[in-house]
Design a protein around this ligand. Structure first.
Ligand code: M6R
Length: 611
């Protein structure tokens, strides 16, 4: 996590850096800092969000044409002014920002302590910076050389940006395991954790790869590997507009992103699904058609909301393709010794494409001969590049920390993949295949229908906002939606919430039920409906408050519920893409009603690039 920004060129660096940091705050917001080349290196940093730093440095001389900035998600050392980045080296001549974790920092720190170094912060970053300075001084070499030597000793993940008072126009950058984009302008360069800080200045970008080091001056970009060999930068054109990363009149990014879903799901299907012709075009999947056809199983790896998407896909693929699917938390998978055979298909699901656990899990599976298919939102991200094939979700930039539109786009892509495999394997009848294509095609308008009733969900939020706990229950395809509904509520409103398969309730969670407990059922019309209705009766009998997501016209569920959120009729295979939407709204409105910062919930970051 952490967001990094840099600039070198003829413009004023400070406003570019501050604006860029605001766009990257989704990556962490524990503290903020900038370092500017202004007759020596000047560092300004503060605990808290970017706006708080801005307030404290009003009136300072911030003139500089070169600078770096950082927004932090704390790992080593509490959020505080002194642990905020940039850090300065012992001599004060170097400044550095860092995204990632230096795993062997305590060993390096001990070496430096023996040499008489002292440290002002608790961070691994300050250790690495002084380690670099020690090499530079001892070897009387350039900063570039010192960084290269130092990084050979480092284990862990990093993107680092460094300034050197002796080379005031240059930024040195290096990456392993955390993202770094360099924007190429005319006589200027921009740096960022993603492309958002540079959108209005250039559309030409270079995605720096692991183990690469960049020497960046206003009119020169040199890329090298750690063996000091030059690499030709591969310049790509950005397909991203500024409007996509702005709030567009909504109070929060999360609300904007919830309301974007009819469009984002449509964008995800567009050009791929042709319901009339009965075709699904996904070249990144098609090229592995034979391997998928003959695969023994599919393993989904992901974290958080993306893991929930994997769970829905497990139900759908097993049903339609008669193919064994396992869904793994990437964070567990990578530390086990998982049984992966040559030819196993791994589907890696990730919004950001930068989640460290998922990335390492991919490498583990790759080393055992698996084929990796990425279902990723951020184009050009590390997971997208580490995958053999796959499909982008095309949901556009998701800024709110709670994932919403990325989830529904993941479900849309995974459902298309399931239908494609089922068609290839011949495990689905032509009639059912055609019906499901039509159903999938209709999802955007059904989601739009749900969103028209957002005000009703807002009223429910007012009614239930003071509850201490929530239970979310469902069966079958909607069970992962229960997990997702509970996760959304937890992260946005800090209310404790649990998701369970409805049938599991009687094995323990039912003990929680009393007249104060809201129990949210996802009770849409599907093969499990009668069973879910029985579970509702059990909650009612114990005086729990029943809030249900139901299919339009379901009078029985309505009569058993204290409150309902209605979705239009839809086939059970696509229903999760629709039934999750009222739960996103419920979490959002409860979070707002409780005064929470829904776009930047406490302790969280959008992109989890630490383990
Ligand atoms: O970027 P990814 O999809 O790999 O991220 C995985 C999780 O960190 C993410 O889904 C997280 O759980 C969200 N905050 C959920 O809203």
């Amino acid at each position: 996590m952490c967001g990094i920004v840099g600039y070198t060129g003829p413009r004023e660096a400070y406003p570019i850096i501050i604006k860029g940091l605001k766009r990257l705050e989704y990556r962490g917001y524990d503290s903020t800092g900038v370092a500017l080349q202004n007759g020596g290196i000047k560092v300004y940093k503060k605990k808290g969000k970017v706006a708080e730093l801005e307030d404290t440095i009003v009136g300072k001389n911030l003139h500089a044409n070169v600078g770096i900035g950082h927004t932090r998600w704390a790992t080593h050392g509490e959020p505080s002014d002194r642990n905020a980045h940039p850090h300065q080296s012992a001599s004060g001549k170097l400044a550095m920002i860092h995204n990632g974790i230096i795993e062997n920092y305590s060993q390096l720190k001990n070496e430096l302590l023996k040499k008489g170094y002292t440290f002002k912060s608790d961070t691994d970053t300050e250790v690495l910076l002084n380690f670099i300075e020690e090499i530079k001084t001892n070897n009387n070499c350039s900063l570039e050389e010192a960084v290269r030597v130092a990084l050979k000793r480092v284990t862990g993940a990093y993107v680092i940006l460094l300034l050197d008072a002796e080379e005031p126009e240059t930024i040195i950058a290096a990456r392993k395991g955390s993202p770094l984009v360099i924007g190429v302008g005319k006589g200027e360069h921009f740096l960022g954790s993603d492309a958002s800080p540079m959108l209005e200045y250039t559309k030409e970008v270079v995605y720096v790869n692991d183990y690469e080091l960049a020497i960046i001056k206003p009119d020169e970009l040199i890329l090298k590997n750690l063996g000091n060999e030059k690499i030709t930068p591969y310049i790509q054109k950005l397909d991203l507009e500024l409007a996509a990363i702005e709030k567009g009149g909504y109070e929060h990014f999360m609300l904007k992103e919830i309301f974007e879903q009819p469009q984002t799901i449509y964008d995800c299907l567009r050009g791929r699904l042709d319901a009339e012709a009965g075709t699904i075009t996904m070249s990144g999947i098609e090229q592995y058609a034979n391997q998928i056809k003959n695969a023994r199983r599919i393993v989904m790896i992901a974290c958080g909301t993306s893991w929930h998407a994997g769970l829905v896909a497990e139900y759908v693929i097993e049903e339609l393709c008669r193919l064994n699917v396992e869904v793994e938390y990437a964070s567990e998978f990578r530390y086990r010794n998982p049984v992966i055979d040559e030819g196993d298909i791994i589907v890696a699901i990730s919004q950001s494409g930068e989640t460290a656990d998922t990335l390492v899990a991919i490498e583990t599976a790759k080393s055992k001969g698996a084929i990796i298919l990425g279902v990723v939102n951020v184009v050009g991200s590390s997971i997208a590049r580490a995958s053999h094939g796959g499909a982008y979700t095309h949901a556009g930039p998701e800024i709110g920390v709670a994932s919403t539109k990325a989830f529904t786009a993941q479900l849309a892509v995974l459902t298309m993949i399931a239908l494609k495999i089922a068609n290839i394997k011949g495990t689905i009848s032509h009639e059912r295949y055609m019906l499901l294509l039509k159903e999938l095609n209709e999802v955007p308008e059904k989601v739009a229908w749900v969103l028209k009733n957002a005000d009703k969900v807002k009223k429910l939020a007012e009614k239930y906002k003071d509850a201490d706990d929530f239970l979310y229950l469902a069966r079958g395809y909607n069970f992962p939606v229960a997990l997702e509904g509970a996760l959304k509520l937890k992260e946005i409103s800090y209310i404790h919430a649990e998701g369970y398969p409805a049938a599991e309730m009687k094995h323990g969670p039912i003990a929680l039920v009393d007249e104060t407990l809201p129990v949210v059922f996802i009770a849409t019309k599907d093969a499990y409906h009668e069973k879910v209705v029985s579970n509702m009766q059990e909650i009612k009998a114990r005086k729990g408050k029943v809030i249900s997501v139901i299919t339009e016209g379901d009078d029985l569920s309505t009569s058993l519920s204290d409150d309902v959120m209605i979705i239009p009729e839809a086939d059970e295979i696509v229903a999760p893409i629709i039934s999750v939407v009222p739960l996103q709204l419920l979490a959002y409105y409860i979070g707002v009603a409780r005064g929470c910062d829904v776009d930047k919930p406490r302790n969280l970051a959008k992109s989890v690039t630490v383990e």
